[in-house]
Write a protein that binds this ligand. Structure first.
Ligand code: UDP
Ligand code: MG
Length: 317
């Protein structure tokens, strides 16, 4: 029989975790699979870990959890969950019931038809108008820049086959932008839509600033094309300056020397200075990533675990 692992990163989810666990087991018990639920407590500061201990005590062999020494972020949480999972297929989902558990049945059907990635894509009904418009705009723009395909509404809610999970685990990078990684590994992929649900309880961990940062990650994590903008900007600027100098010379020869241009000079200094700063920032962003990658720190530290220990990271080549 197929074994299904459900990976659930949780950060301060004490308000919903019990409801989630109840619902997910109801669904999984009704499916023709063996299963395990792998929780990852991402350094919660509320009673989440206590609740996980209780859940593990009650459903011992079908539950694993790891608890981080501090908050390492959802990306690290998902990574830990994937390492922890032993199933033939793994479903990743949020703890707040925004990912309807009953969709696992649909995912399983697609998996049985031979797909390696089954992605549940949410419609943006009920989202704030501004946020969904901005998201759509972002995804349209970003896909012109990055090599992997990023799709609006596609999050982390998905089923991955064992080969796909192993492929993900073999990627050693420290900065993990999962949306891109999922797309980068490829494999036979299928999408289906579901209606967006509201969070059941607790609150979202996304603030506007963190969304902006996430957007920047998406742009930079997968190629160095933004650096090219710098080159092209520079080339255009040099060309423009050349033309301008030529024009001034011609004017001086025909009309005699004249020295207006105070505004032009200020505008150019400010414009060029701004552009240089943006480009420096961009270069710094890439160097920063190199810095983090070269440190080779672990993605997370575990302070407590239940079930099999988390598989160590794959050996370095
Ligand atoms: N999460 C996490 N670590 C974090 C932030 C979030 O493990 O640092 C988990 C969170 O507990 C939830 C999921 O990631 O299960 C999605 O978080 P959230 O609901 O806040 O995001 P949203 O649904 O608003 O995008
Ligand atoms: Mg949520």
């Amino acid at each position: 029989m197929t074994k299904l692992s459900v990976v659930v990163p949780c950060y301060n989810e004490e308000a919903v975790i019990d409801r989630f666990d109840e619902e997910i087991r109801k669904v999984l018990d009704g499916l023709p699979v063996e299963y395990e639920v792998c929780y990852v407590d991402d350094g919660s500061r509320d009673g989440t870990l206590g609740k996980l201990r209780r859940i593990a005590a009650e459903h011992g062999d079908r539950t694993r959890y790891v608890s981080f020494s501090r908050n390492f972020g959802k990306e690290a949480g998902m990574l830990a969950g994937l390492r922890e999972a032993t199933g033939d297929a793994v479903v990743i989902m949020d703890a707040d019931l925004q990912h309807p558990p009953e969709l696992i049945a649909t995912m399983l059907e697609h998996y049985r038809q031979g797909h390696d990635q089954v992605i549940a894509r949410r419609t943006r009904e009920g989202d704030k108008k501004l946020r969904s418009a901005l998201s759509r705009l972002y995804y349209r723009g970003v896909n012109n820049w990055v090599d992997v395909e990023l799709t609006d509404g596609v999050g982390d809610f998905r089923l991955l086959s064992r080969p796909a999970v192993d492929a993900l685990l073999a990627l050693p990078e420290y900065n993990r932008f999962s949306k891109g990684l999922f797309s980068w590994i490829g494999f036979d992929t299928v999408h289906f839509d579901y209606r967006n649900a509201q969070r059941e309880a607790g609150e979202t961990k996304w603030k506007f600033a963190s969304l902006l940062n996430y957007g920047m990650d998406g742009l930079i994590s997968f190629n160095n094309r933004p650096l090219r903008i710098g080159i092209w900007l520079g080339v255009s600027l040099v060309a423009l300056t050349g033309l301008y100098a030529l024009w001034i010379t011609v004017m001086a020869i025909t009309n005699g020397i004249d020295a207006p241009g105070y505004v032009t000079i200020i505008a150019m200094i400010a414009g060029i200075g701004g552009m240089q700063m943006i480009m420096l920032g961009l270069i710094g962003e890439y160097i920063g990533r190199i810095y983090y990658e070269t440190k080779r720190r672990p993605h997370f530290l575990v302070k407590e675990a239940h079930g099999a220990p988390v598989a160590p990271a794959p050996a370095e080549p």
